[in-house]
Write a protein that binds this ligand. Structure first.
Ligand code: NAD
Ligand code: DAU
Length: 343
């Protein structure tokens, strides 16, 4: 597994940047090419000093552009495909088409290039547990469970997974699909629940808690996700799907997560603002069985209480990082989505 040349897509985003840094650090002979369009969600500075490594190459380009992708695919051992439009709330309005184009068409362009130019390369499709849709308690879908995506985001990710698996069956590519639960940790864009609520709490701003806050997500620290991806690359099998989940016990509601953030920041309860109707099709519960991956030796290291405290410390210490992301275009999105301009 060491010494491999990996084409990472979306390596300037939250999870992709963590994966690139971990891979360069853990394998002194790894070479990484990072293809990223630098949308609002991507920033080369997320790589820190690893961007200066002679083993790292950044390519500013689009996964939907066959000419760009064709130039990068030959000669790599792996394609690890993170690039996506990733925020559910941005997919429920007028921008759903961008999700289909990036998440479905972009995945197709990559697969097609691998098929034509480097059919022996391995392809890791970074999927999401949201493809299983709203999971009634006490269910834990496994990898063969029915796909019932609720949002344009999750439907586009399901389409990408299915395309990748079809390329394995039709063209014999070594495709593996991971389906992970909600990630949190350093460098996550403040549009997502945990960083939004931490940064708003630090500034004494309202925490817009949707639909009573009774929903359940299975929060996993981003480094645990990246360890899981390495396990799939090292010990997984071609053509297989692997669920990745923290399997929090007890499961935590969004309101409980919000309370942890209030406790860790010292902000008052009065900041919680109950909001209705901001997420049409809001799934009540996500959960997966991650037994198949755990049988390969993976398990998460950090519990959610310690993880929230650690994440609050990071955002407290990196104010300039997240203030830069709450820029004019983010404020416009915030005003459009939340109906107020003060994130
Ligand atoms: P992110 O939004 O932080 O980053 C996405 C990255 O993709 C950005 O760097 C962006 O510039 C890049 N990108 C977008 N469109 C592109 C294009 N057309 N060409 C090249 N690059 C492009 O996303 P994230 O939260 O790091 O998620 C990464 C992947 O993991 C996604 O596929 C997402 O569906 C999946 N996932 C995320 C979570 C989570 O909790 N965040 C959980 C499970 C799976
Ligand atoms: O489950 C994996 C998925 O997790 C990934 O595939 C997605 O890329 C990632 O964004 C995440 O999706 P969610 O929709 O679950 O995450 P988000 O942080 O947007 O929302 C988490 C929960 O918090 C959800 O129930 C909606 C709620 N929420 C979210 C925001 C942004 C609020 O109550 N208020 C908010 O302002």
């Amino acid at each position: 597994m060491n010494g491999q040349k990996i084409l990472v897509t979306g390596g300037c985003g939250f999870i992709g940047s963590q994966f690139v840094k971990m891979q360069l650090e853990r394998d002194e002979s790894a070479q990484i090419i990072n293809l990223d369009l630098l949308t609002y969600a991507g920033d080369p500075s997320n790589l820190g000093t690893w961007a200066d490594s002679p083993r790292y190459t950044f390519v500013h380009g689009d996964i939907r552009d066959p000419a760009c992708v064709d130039a990068l695919v030959p000669g790599v051992d792996w394609v690890v495909h993170f690039a996506a439009e990733s925020h559910v709330d941005r997919s429920t309005g007028t921008r759903a088409g961008e999700f289909v184009e990036t998440n479905v068409l972009g995945t197709f362009v990559l697969l097609d290039a691998v098929k034509r130019l480097n059919p022996d390369a391995h392809f890791l499709q970074i999927g999401t547990d949201e493809v299983y849709g709203d999971v009634a308690a006490p269910g834990f879908p496994d990898e063969s469970s029915r796909l019932e995506p609720s949002s344009p985001y999750s439907a586009s990710k399901a389409g990408a997974d299915q395309l990748a698996l079809a390329f394995a069956i039709t063209h014999g590519l070594d495709v593996r699909v991971s389906r992970c639960t909600n990630n949190y940790g350093a460098f996550q864009h403040p549009e997502k629940l945990i960083p939004l609520f931490i940064t708003n709490a630090l500034d004494g701003l309202a925490l817009p808690l949707y639909d009573g806050g009774t929903q359940i997500r299975d929060w996993l620290r981003v480094s645990d996700h990246c360890h899981a991806l390495r396990t799939i690359m090292e010990k997984g099998q071609a053509g297989e799907i692997y669920n990745v989940g923290a399997n929090q016990d007890p499961e935590r509601t969004n309101r409980e997560i919000t309370q942890m953030i209030l406790d860790a920041t010292g902000a008052p309860q009065s900041l919680i603002e109950d909001r209705q109707g901001l997420r049409p099709g809001h799934d009540q519960r996500y959960a997966v069985s991650s037994q198949k991956l755990r049988q390969l030796g993976w398990s998460p290291e950090l519990d959610i209480e310690s993880g929230i405290e650690e994440t609050v410390r990071w955002y407290t210490d990196h104010r300039s990082w997240w203030e830069a992301r709450k820029d004019e275009s983010y404020r416009a999105y915030y005003a459009e989505h939340y109906g107020k301009s003060d994130p």
